[in-house]
Write a protein that binds this ligand. Structure first.
Ligand code: FAD
Length: 369
């Protein structure tokens, strides 16, 4: 079939890329290893639609987030949850930015901040908290997002092959040959490697150069908030602090902590090689860090001591090493050096989808059919 494209990975990025290509006249097929779309990072995350506040040390990430924020709210409005008050606070000790710096930075990127009212300020320990603001930031419901994408793909007539792995992508006169775990082979113009934690499993199996990545095994505790904190979401910036956000698909709240959410990490690059990250994930024993998260977070917000843990969400967080410097979230959109018909894509956050769309627009104009 002319203009055939194989998309490895049926997460938010893989499904959205399929729609973008379809709209531009290509014939994508989405191949997903799990038995459902959006089961990995696209389901297990903090559900924050980033409004720029979270990256006060990376101007580019914060600025792009703010630009993408309204677009995301509009495009995915059925999945948006905003019936809560979003509070950002700056810690007095160990913060990498001061309250003044935070305020000035947000003004620069156009992210609105309003001094928190006294009833919210009183929830914080003033010895450890420099300032608190109300911000404009909402959450997304990953189940609704999945439903939206599933419907879009169905209406567009895009084939989705579940429980199927893209095992390799190799050179072929059409561009690339994708070998799937169901025994089929697809001749195509391009293969999008949108497998997030699995990026290097595909490159390694295809004898392509490894992409330098860092993986973290992460835990977010799922909690019921005490009455005093209901309807609130708080993010303490910018250092070894905590955040709690609504997790709409389960009607609970995630509690995460910069120090205690990552349980282990490992790198992948040409020196270290690449192991199957999902196997590594399975082999690491998981003992919740909830007690440590809540013990530390309640020093800043004493009411958090009464948060009740219901469960924990565990997953692999994958980062580009560049993020380590300023905690930014650049996108990976890279043609493979050895096999240019393979394009590796990873968005560090969900609103990066609009940055990816710009890259696709550029690419499609440059690909010969
Ligand atoms: C703990 C955590 C918190 C986060 N919090 C936020 C947040 O609050 N806000 C935000 O915007 N972003 C957040 N993110 C980032 C966001 O979740 C990711 O940017 C986004 O979900 C990545 O989507 P994806 O489609 O690339 O990856 P995924 O959803 O992981 O999709 C990749 C898919 O590829 C499949 N796969 C892998 N290998 C193969 C193969 N060879 N063949 C076929 N299928 C394959 C996997 O099964 C998976 O379904 C967070 C991430 C984590 C981990």
């Amino acid at each position: 079939m002319p203009k055939r494209i194989v998309i490895a990975g049926g997460g938010f990025f893989g499904c959205s890329i399929a729609m973008m290509l379809h709209r531009r006249g290509w014939h994508p097929i989405v191949v997903e290893e799990a038995d459902e779309l959006l089961t990995q990072a696209s389901r297990v995350n903090q559900a924050r639609v980033h409004g720029g506040y979270h990256y006060p040390r990376s101007l580019m990430t914060a600025y792009r987030s703010r630009q993408n924020y309204e677009k995301f709210r509009t495009h995915y409005r059925d999945a948006i949850v905003d019936q809560f008050t979003k509070v950002y606070a700056v810690g007095r000790l160990f913060s990498k930015v001061t309250a003044d710096q935070f305020g000035v930075f947000m003004k620069r990127v156009g992210a609105p901040l309003q001094e928190a009212p006294p009833k919210i300020q009183r929830l914080f320990n003033p010895d450890l908290t420099e300032r608190t603001w109300i911000a404009q930031e909402c959450a997304f419901d990953c189940s609704v997002l999945r439903e939206m994408l599933r419907n879009e793909l169905r209406m567009a007539g895009i084939e989705v092959r579940l429980q199927t792995l893209v095992e390799t992508a190799t050179p072929h006169p059409t561009g690339a040959l994708a070998r799937l775990s169901d025994g089929s082979e697809i001749e195509c113009s391009l293969v999008f490697n949108a497998t997030y934690a699995g990026l290097n499993r595909l490159t390694a199996a295809s004898d392509l150069p490894l992409i330098p990545l860092k993986h973290e095994l992460t835990e977010m505790a799922l909690v019921d908030l005490p009455k005093e904190l209901e309807g609130l979401s708080v993010t303490m910036m910018c250092g070894p602090f905590f955040s709690f956000m609504p997790y709409p698909s389960l009607g609970l709240t995630t509690l995460s902590h910069v120090r205690y959410t990552p349980h282990a990490h490992w790198f992948e690059n040409e020196q270290t090689g690449a192991a199957n990250p999902y196997q590594t994930f399975d082999t690491i024993e998981k003992h919740s860090n909830f007690e440590m998260m809540v013990a530390d977070a309640s020093r800043y917000m004493p009411a958090l001591r009464d948060a009740v843990q219901r469960d924990s969400l565990w997953t692999i967080k994958t980062l580009l090493p560049l993020s380590e410097i300023d905690d930014g979230r650049p996108i990976l959109f890279q043609r493979d050096n050895k096999l240019p018909a393979v394009i590796h894509v990873m968005g560090g956050k969900i609103d990066n989808i609009f940055d990816v769309e710009e890259e696709i627009e550029r690419l499609v104009g440059n690909v010969e059919i």
